[in-house]
Ligand binder design. Structure first.
Ligand SMILES: [Zn+2]
Length: 101
Protein backbone atom coordinates (compact mmCIF):
# COMPACT_ATOMS: atom_id res chain seq x y z
CA UNK A 1 0.00 0.00 0.00
CA UNK A 2 1.44 3.41 -0.92
CA UNK A 3 2.78 5.33 2.07
CA UNK A 4 0.43 8.24 1.44
CA UNK A 5 -2.58 5.95 1.94
CA UNK A 6 -1.49 4.63 5.34
CA UNK A 7 -3.92 5.41 8.14
CA UNK A 8 -2.94 8.38 10.29
CA UNK A 9 -4.71 7.02 13.33
CA UNK A 10 -6.53 3.89 14.48
CA UNK A 11 -8.53 4.22 17.66
CA UNK A 12 -10.95 2.02 19.54
CA UNK A 13 -13.86 3.76 21.19
CA UNK A 14 -15.22 1.38 23.84
CA UNK A 15 -18.21 3.61 24.56
CA UNK A 16 -19.37 3.64 20.96
CA UNK A 17 -18.09 0.09 20.30
CA UNK A 18 -16.40 1.16 17.11
CA UNK A 19 -12.91 1.45 15.72
CA UNK A 20 -12.19 4.73 13.99
CA UNK A 21 -9.66 4.59 11.19
CA UNK A 22 -8.43 7.97 10.08
CA UNK A 23 -7.23 7.74 6.49
CA UNK A 24 -5.65 10.65 4.64
CA UNK A 25 -8.81 10.93 2.55
CA UNK A 26 -11.62 9.75 4.83
CA UNK A 27 -12.58 8.36 8.22
CA UNK A 28 -14.03 4.88 8.59
CA UNK A 29 -16.11 3.86 11.57
CA UNK A 30 -16.11 0.09 12.04
CA UNK A 31 -18.37 -1.51 14.64
CA UNK A 32 -16.51 -3.95 16.93
CA UNK A 33 -18.94 -6.72 16.06
CA UNK A 34 -18.33 -6.31 12.32
CA UNK A 35 -14.56 -6.31 12.80
CA UNK A 36 -14.70 -9.39 15.00
CA UNK A 37 -16.92 -11.20 12.48
CA UNK A 38 -14.48 -10.34 9.68
CA UNK A 39 -11.46 -11.88 11.41
CA UNK A 40 -9.40 -13.71 8.80
CA UNK A 41 -7.33 -15.90 11.10
CA UNK A 42 -7.09 -19.69 10.73
CA UNK A 43 -9.57 -20.19 13.59
CA UNK A 44 -12.22 -18.07 11.90
CA UNK A 45 -11.68 -18.87 8.22
CA UNK A 46 -10.65 -22.11 6.57
CA UNK A 47 -7.23 -21.34 5.10
CA UNK A 48 -7.70 -23.69 2.17
CA UNK A 49 -11.27 -23.06 1.11
CA UNK A 50 -11.71 -19.52 2.41
CA UNK A 51 -14.91 -20.72 4.06
CA UNK A 52 -15.91 -18.91 7.24
CA UNK A 53 -15.72 -21.17 10.31
CA UNK A 54 -16.76 -18.53 12.79
CA UNK A 55 -20.52 -18.28 13.24
CA UNK A 56 -21.20 -14.55 13.73
CA UNK A 57 -24.14 -15.50 15.96
CA UNK A 58 -21.67 -16.77 18.56
CA UNK A 59 -19.99 -13.39 18.94
CA UNK A 60 -21.01 -11.77 22.23
CA UNK A 61 -23.14 -8.68 21.57
CA UNK A 62 -21.04 -6.81 24.11
CA UNK A 63 -17.76 -7.74 22.43
CA UNK A 64 -15.08 -5.20 23.19
CA UNK A 65 -11.43 -4.53 22.50
CA UNK A 66 -8.92 -4.88 25.30
CA UNK A 67 -6.07 -3.41 23.30
CA UNK A 68 -4.64 -3.02 19.83
CA UNK A 69 -1.08 -3.41 18.70
CA UNK A 70 0.51 -2.17 15.49
CA UNK A 71 2.18 -4.89 13.43
CA UNK A 72 4.98 -3.34 11.40
CA UNK A 73 3.38 -0.58 9.35
CA UNK A 74 0.90 -2.77 7.56
CA UNK A 75 -1.57 -4.12 10.09
CA UNK A 76 -3.04 -3.98 13.55
CA UNK A 77 -3.58 -6.89 15.93
CA UNK A 78 -6.71 -6.75 18.04
CA UNK A 79 -7.01 -8.29 21.50
CA UNK A 80 -10.72 -8.99 21.90
CA UNK A 81 -12.60 -9.25 25.18
CA UNK A 82 -13.64 -12.82 24.26
CA UNK A 83 -9.98 -13.84 24.42
CA UNK A 84 -9.49 -13.99 20.67
CA UNK A 85 -6.25 -12.38 19.52
CA UNK A 86 -4.92 -14.31 16.55
CA UNK A 87 -6.37 -12.06 13.87
CA UNK A 88 -4.44 -9.38 12.05
CA UNK A 89 -6.27 -6.63 10.24
CA UNK A 90 -4.18 -5.28 7.42
CA UNK A 91 -4.73 -1.75 6.15
CA UNK A 92 -5.85 -3.19 2.80
CA UNK A 93 -8.47 -5.24 4.60
CA UNK A 94 -9.67 -2.32 6.69
CA UNK A 95 -9.98 -0.18 3.57
CA UNK A 96 -12.49 -2.57 1.97
CA UNK A 97 -14.43 -3.55 5.10
CA UNK A 98 -16.72 -0.53 5.05
CA UNK A 99 -17.54 -0.99 1.39
CA UNK A 100 -18.35 -4.67 1.87
CA UNK A 101 -20.52 -4.25 4.95
ZN1 LIG B 1 -9.97 -15.13 14.15
Amino acid sequence: MPEKLLPRDVKASRQERVVRVLWPDREDVLPFILLRAECQCAHCVNEWTGERILDPATIPADISIERMELVGNYAVRVYWSDGHQSGLYTWERLRVLVASS
